[in-house]
Design a protein around this ligand. Sequence first.
Ligand code: TXA
Ligand code: MG
Length: 468
Amino acid sequence: MSFDQREQSHNLVMEGSVILLGMRIILDEIRTSSDGSDCKSLSKGFVSAMLVLQEHYRLVVSEDDEGIADYGLVENLVRQSGVAIQFNQYLNREDIAYTIHPGHSVSFSHRQAAEEVSSTLPGTLTLHFHNYRDIAAWIVSHPQPYRQLEAALADGAQKIRDGALVAFPTETVYGLGADATNPIAVEQIFAAKKRPLYDPLIVHVGDQKQMDSLVTEIPERAEQLMKRFWPGPLTIVLPKSPLVPSIVTAGTPTVAVRMPSNPIALALIRLSGKPIAAPSANLFGYTSPTTAMHVHQQLGDACAAIIDGGACTVGIESTVISFLGETPKILRPGGIDQQAIESCIGPVRSDVEEVADASMVSPGLMPSHYATTTPLWIVDDLHVYASRSDVGVLLFGESGEVFHGPVEYLSKKADPAEAANRLYQAMRRLDGKSLSLLVVRLLPETGIGIAVNNRLRKAAVNTASKKN
Ligand code: TXA
Ligand code: MG
């Protein structure tokens, strides 16, 4: 739904009166106090979100989960928190408006009779969020989630055809989209982002036919990658066809194309009937957006619509691979790691650091990107900053250290994929706290950790140069 439509949502009649929760999600929210008393309670974020939701819905724990938990403890903690969650309730399927799953994801289904369904969306949609507060906000503003998303998509597709800018979620980050075949529409992307015209855009396709129309040839290994990783976070650079205006490719004879896997992104492209040129929906050089609210904060005025599909699951941008040379070359590490690519097509190059002027190959590789406004330093020893209340810390893995400044976990369990998912959100949260400095240690250089480190290095270089 676009932000414009959000105000109208209170006029809609709610579909379904129940939000179903698994017992597991309550168990995950149990916290033990650190004052030595061993006192247990439910996390504040969870409780306040449930208090908001219970104003509108009945909260019910699913019966299937009975066996797995210490029922008595959970019931007690729920009662103490003041949240009205019901246990052991019989439910009709039609009563269920939403199901909340572990890992901050939420699913809902279309409610039309089967013969009425003409949607480009799958029958059941699962959206992901960064936290329970965002879940509550989305649910409250979407009393008819499926219909509202369909309406937002129809509206967005029309606006794309009309040459306007529409921001939409992908599995990597939110994109700022325009009809890739309309140079005037594409020009607005550069103006809105304050992006230099020499930095080419990625074109998003919804099917193979669109892909074929954009490029002059598809080498076999590119074809293999497309088969294996599309739809998904992999962008392929190939010689462009005359259909692609030169503003999209910054005058180069090549075009970068990807087919996103996010169902909302795919539906938008397919409904519009146009390939969609879309960079990340942030001001040039700054941290990429992983929620609709992030887009709204930086580019709200420039967008004809922002389709709110929750948080992006991968959380960092796609891998960009070029097929121009003899050996395919990774121009930007991202959602699909080099090992996965090599297991599909054999050896590739990724020696971007060797290139003297990386901007000539792929301007997104310039060492000034993804930045916070607060300086970000990559450090070896976070301990040095532990006593500084004006320093924010990005943490990977559980730390025994007590930090006086605010801390954001990239991943408590030291999972690089979770760190990627949370990176930009965590950077933005600390950036909003008026601190003097943010510090972080690099992740181990393997898998998607390589892409996370790539973003951290660029964000750090940029902020360091801003200080000088
Ligand atoms: O995950 C993503 O790729 C996101 C979502 C929205 O799809 N998009 C994204 O776009 O990250 P952007 O504009 O922020 O980054 C595009 C990257 C830049 O590094 C750009 O230089 C490179 O792709 N690129 C685009 N076209 C290219 C081309 N023809 N040759 C080489 N590099 C190209
Ligand atoms: Mg970008």
